[in-house]
Design a binder for this molecule. Structure first.
Ligand code: Q46
Ligand code: ZN
Ligand code: ZN
Length: 320
């Protein structure tokens, strides 16, 4: 197979584009797809500061690399979840990447800052680990973005992730989730905008991107992901994609273009009902937000939010 652009031998075939690409033109395709997503959904404005949530996996490291190579001022945030060796190794990958590119990595360890880790916290609070984990990560992203004066939090969710979440939400008609399933969630009440610049790229493409860019990422899955429904949804969608390339793209972008608006109409009233959490100030519908309740159950203490906390900042300097 030859590269669609230059006719040199291809290193990857991208079936949904019905084309092969050499290394140079594949990397350019990835950058173009990110630029297109950022522009199409107004993700990042000129001069805005971006905080990239990095897990040490391929998607978040690729997102950080893509954003910085496109010229955005993007620092990384790594949250130490305390999931045994998985957390140790993933943290090492994030640190190594930051050091290799001379980028600034902020680290927050859940145990140090909030007094619990995901396995013990989830058990104490009787939540499934991924639910306690998602809640904690979202809280930390918001909190650090506010403390550091970042305008935007970027995550490494790719097309496979978004299509799988959409599939699960449609399967159960989770209309509240469907209303919020967007590649951009606007800033509100002093909390930053959330963006997903990789929505036009797949998991396989991000793995290839990392290999071609020499990015060493953690390959092992999180041990707590076993039984996660999204893995099953991804497999189902992969089988469909195999038969009919482009299905995932059409499913997700068709939803955004033709259906998402209908679910959002009813959700605006819910948004208006949000008020600041009595403990940490995050927007919530209850008096104390779900994260603060999790901290309370996991540690017996309130999370609070106003207390200044020292950040453990990695060795890399901010890019000039
Ligand atoms: S890290 Fe956390 Fe994931 Fe592990 S516990 Fe679940 S949510 S699977 S992205
Ligand atoms: Zn080429
Ligand atoms: Zn709170």
């Amino acid at each position: 197979m030859k590269c669609r652009v230059c006719r040199q031998p291809a290193v990857i075939d991208v079936r949904r584009h019905n084309a092969g690409f050499c290394a140079e033109h594949f990397l350019r395709l990835c950058r173009d797809q990110v630029t297109r997503a950022i522009e199409e959904f107004s993700m990042i404005g000129p001069g805005e500061r971006v905080l990239v949530a990095v897990s040490g996996g391929k998607d978040s490291l690729a997102a950080w690399d893509l954003l910085t190579s496109l010229g955005y001022e993007a620092d990384g945030l790594y949250v130490g979840l305390g999931i045994g060796a998985y957390s140790d190794v993933s943290g090492d990958h994030a640190r190594q990447f930051a050091a290799s590119r001379d980028l600034r990595l902020i680290e927050v360890d859940l145990r140090d800052r909030y007094g619990f880790d995901i396995p013990t916290g989830a058990r104490a609070a009787r939540r499934v680990p991924c639910s306690a984990c998602g809640l904690s990560k979202r809280h930390v992203f918001d909190r650090i973005a506010v403390e550091g004066g970042y305008d935007v939090v970027a995550t490494g969710h790719n097309l496979d992730d978004e299509a799988a979440v959409l599939f699960g939400n449609v399967l159960r008609w989770q209309v509240d989730y469907l209303a919020r399933q967007l590649p951009v969630l606007p800033e509100r009440d002093g909390f930053p905008r959330k963006v997903k610049p990789l929505v036009r790229l797949t998991e396989r493409e991000m793995a290839a991107y990392c290999v071609l860019r020499g990015i060493d990422y953690i390959v092992e899955e999180c041990p707590m992901s076993a039984g996660n429904k999204h893995l099953g949804y991804k497999e189902a969608l992969n089988a469909i994609e195999q038969q009919s390339p482009g299905s995932k793209h059409d499913f997700y972008f068709g939803f955004l273009a033709r259906a998402s608006e209908r679910f959002r109409a009813g959700n605006e009233a819910d948004q208006a009902a949000l008020r600041p959490c009595a403990s940490c100030g995050a927007p919530t519908v209850t008096e104390v937000c779900a994260f603060c309740r999790l901290v309370e159950r996991a540690t017996g203490e309130r999370a609070g939010g106003a207390v200044p906390v020292e950040l453990n900042v990695g060795s890399g300097a901010r890019p000039s």
